[in-house]
Design a protein around this ligand. Structure first.
Ligand code: ADP
Length: 412
């Protein structure tokens, strides 16, 4: 009886030292075989749906036996029956047992395994899996050995339960941490928003003056071409700053948003017109496909801002590549919605960035080039109008941004 007590003690010590499920299983099986000698031990756990048993730990198994035992159906075969009935099974000459699965029979016979015992692992009335021992000698498993195995299985059951409870607690803690971080972030955001909108209003006035003066220089009859070229740079950069200010104001929700019937195609045309010079400069070919579509209910300024952000991003993405640059903007009706797509032939959105591109202040662009506000503001505007905005990479390359807004009544 003494070695048995030693096993129990080892297992109890080992499993109470860890809260990791895999550790529990490994140490338990190890302790069992180390002390009892030449047995083959295996430990199966039930799948989530309770239909299968998965091999989670073993000692002394040949590759063939391991293969046969990897997954077992609950309710069939010797081990599967223990999992469904919760009753211990002990057999001698197990190769001759009618319950043995045919695949297992061949392996067991080849390896001269004769004695076999399998006990259920349960905890709080629930079966969690099975623990089995096999033996090559003719000695049958004694009652004391079975008691030992059952006691070990009980300990494993408890340890598994503890580990599960612990990982559930840990998950809850993680979730709480995430929510707290989110709260802190949204508080920070609203503070940033307030500050930004104050600054943005102050910047808007000088920006308008800069833009106006630069346009006057461009139109001046005495302006030489080099002077015009510089004035163009001034207008481009001032327009970029204006876009950032617009985004900041929209982000801080400082704009009263109106809802009037407006045509998505008309807004897209306006935005493309606004950007036509810069697009041309960078050899971007613009393709438009505007199918007759109903009006959408929205704020023209806000929608233009959304489209400007999408077009600007597509433009910036395509400047990075040397090949053909094509910007495609499509509008079409789809049931009770109107859809719009802005597609580019740029490098596409990196897989790791995809889940975060709509987050405020997320940018992969160098400082000074990206504020990380464009998409988050656009997303806010579109969802406020009851629509959807999402991104995917096109199978032929490049990024595609899709916008879907509920259709109004009239056709445009
Ligand atoms: P910003 O343009 O200031 O970086 P956005 O919110 O508009 O901020 O975009 C966030 C990020 O999404 C960009 O930094 C970029 O990594 C990615 N992104 C947006 N549009 C595209 C596009 N057309 N192609 C590839 N990546 C894009």
């Amino acid at each position: 009886m003494e070695p048995h007590l030693a096993i129990l003690l080892t297992v109890a010590e080992a499993v109470s030292r860890t809260l990791d499920v895999n550790d529990v299983l490994r140490t338990a099986v190890e302790a069992l075989t180390r002390v009892t000698g030449h047995e083959i031990a295996s430990l199966h756990l039930l799948s989530e749906d309770g239909k299968m048993l998965h091999l989670r730990g073993e000692r002394g198994m040949s590759p063939a036996l391991r293969g046969v035992n990897q997954t077992l159906p609950v309710g069939q075969g010797l081990i599967g029956r223990v999992a469904s009935t919760g009753r211990t099974v002990r057999v001698e000459k197990n190769y001759a047992d009618p319950d043995l699965l045919p695949a297992a029979r061949a392996a067991v016979q080849r390896e001269h395994i004769r004695g076999f015992v399998c006990v259920p692992i349960h905890s709080r009335g629930r079966i969690l899996g099975t623990l089995s021992l096999g033996r090559k000698t003719v000695d049958r498993f004694a009652a004391s050995e079975i008691t030992l195995l059952e006691a070990t299985a009980d300990q494993i059951g408890l340890a598994l339960d503890n580990a599960r409870l612990y990982s559930e607690k840990e998950r809850q803690l993680e979730e709480r941490k995430r929510i707290q971080a989110q709260l802190v972030r949204s508080e920070k955001l609203s503070a940033v928003g307030e500050l930004a909108s104050g600054v943005a209003h102050e910047i808007n006035n000088p920006l308008t003056t800069i833009l106006g003066q630069a346009h006057l220089i461009l139109a001046h009859p005495q302006a030489t071409e080099p002077v015009r070229e510089r004035a163009r740079i001034v207008t481009d950069e001032a327009a970029r700053a204006a876009r950032i200010v617009q985004n900041l104001l929209l982000f801080a929700r400082q704009y009263p948003s109106e809802r009037r019937p407006c045509s998505l195609a008309a807004q897209a045309r306006r935005v493309l017109e606004l950007k036509s010079y810069q697009l041309q400069q960078d050899n971007v070919k613009v393709v438009t496909e505007f199918a007759p579509s109903p009006y959408v209910l929205g704020d023209e300024n806000a929608l233009q801002q959304v489209l400007l952000n999408l077009v600007q991003n597509a433009h910036q993405a395509m400047v990075q590549i040397a090949g053909a640059r094509v910007l495609t903007v499509r509008v079409w009706p789809d049931g009770a919605s109107v859809c719009l797509e802005v597609r580019d032939t740029g490098p596409g959105i990196p897989e790791e960035a995809m889940p975060r591109i709509f987050d405020p202040f997320f940018t992969t662009k160098p400082p000074g080039e990206g504020s990380g506000l464009g998409l988050s503001v656009s997303y806010g505007i579109v969802t406020e109008l009851g629509g959807r905005l999402w991104a995917e990479n096109h199978p032929d390359g490049g990024a595609s941004f899709r916008l879907e807004l509920p259709a109004g009544d009239d056709a445009s």
